[in-house]
Design a protein around this ligand. Structure first.
Ligand code: G
Ligand code: G
Ligand code: NA
Ligand code: MN
Length: 241
């Protein structure tokens, strides 16, 4: 069982070309009886959380996010996290609840990004799931890219629309760590092939500068905003760079 009421908070993506918000990611939170809010992250990470509970949590958070996204500016996208553990349990012809919800919501699928981490356990079913999201008109992001233990060829064979650089890998690279030049070259190459790069975990000006050197299309992080309950004003960050 999961204590508390699930809901979505939003964290913006900033377009590095305009300095404006281009979209938001929905992240799960739980509100307990006393009104205290906590992250649902530990539940997603805990292998003991029952799959049915996770599935319900994901569904409630998506429902809340999709409903409230009707209030967002028309050119924003909405990024939704998909649990890799759930994907690995899918039967081949099973309908995708996230797609059914999306279709019912009336939100244009072209405005939706599904974020999937590159966890190895999901790889069997992943190509088929990705194809179905894509056929529906949504985009696919590989979350925490570079931190998983899956094979690079498998991840790239999915032809993701977006790579979200893993936060720790990115921050380490920005600090001038040994991976820095490789991360930069990889990001630049991805952008050249039409795959967007998102740098997440941008906390400092130095990290923002490194993200710009990488050619990242979007940046996300505490330098701009933490996840918040309300949708942001569309002009919140204009002029920062
Ligand atoms: O924002 P936060 O610190 O709570 O996120 C912690 C972790 O939980 C992150 O890895 C994030 O991807 C994951 N997470 C947050 N919201 C959701 C969600 O709605 N669904 C799934 N599957 N994972 C989520
Ligand atoms: O796995 P996923 O990438 O969805 O998890 C994103 C997590 O990272 C969320 O918990 C979010 O709150 C957190 N996050 C977002 N921006 C930053 C940041 O700039 N610094 C840190 N430390 N965490 C961040
Ligand atoms: Na994510
Ligand atoms: Mn991530």
């Amino acid at each position: 069982m999961i204590d508390g009421l699930p809901f979505a908070v939003f964290q913006p993506f900033i377009d590095t070309a305009t300095g404006r918000i281009a979209g938001v990611e929905a992240l799960a939170r739980l509100r307990d009886a006393e009104g205290q809010v906590r992250s649902a992250g530990p539940l997603f990470a805990d292998p003991k959380t029952p799959p049915a509970a996770l599935r319900r949590l994901d569904r409630q958070v998506r429902e809340d996010a999709l409903q409230r996204f009707h209030q967002a500016p028309a050119d924003w996208f909405l990024s939704l996290n998909i649990s890799p553990r759930w994907i690995s349990r899918l039967r081949p012809a099973q309908p995708l609840p996230s797609l059914i919800q999306l279709q019912r919501s009336g939100i244009d699928p072209a405005r939706i990004v599904f974020e999937i981490t590159e966890l190895g356990g999901a790889s069997q079913r992943l190509p088929d799931v990705v194809a179905r999201y894509r056929d529906a008109g949504a985009r696919i992001a590989i979350d925490d890219f570079g931190a998983g233990y899956s094979q690079l060829d498998r991840v790239l064979a999915l032809q993701p629309d977006i790579l979200k650089l893993d936060m720790r890998l990115f921050q380490e690279a920005a600090r001038g760590g040994p991976s820095g030049e490789v991360v930069k070259a990889l990001a630049q190459m991805a952008e050249k092939t039409g795959c967007w790069i998102i740098a997440e975990g941008v906390e400092t000006e130095a990290e923002l500068n490194f993200a710009l050197e990488c050619g990242a299309r979007y940046v996300q992080g505490f330098l701009f905003a933490r996840p918040e309950e309300e949708l942001f004003a569309s002009d919140a960050f204009v002029g920062r760079f």
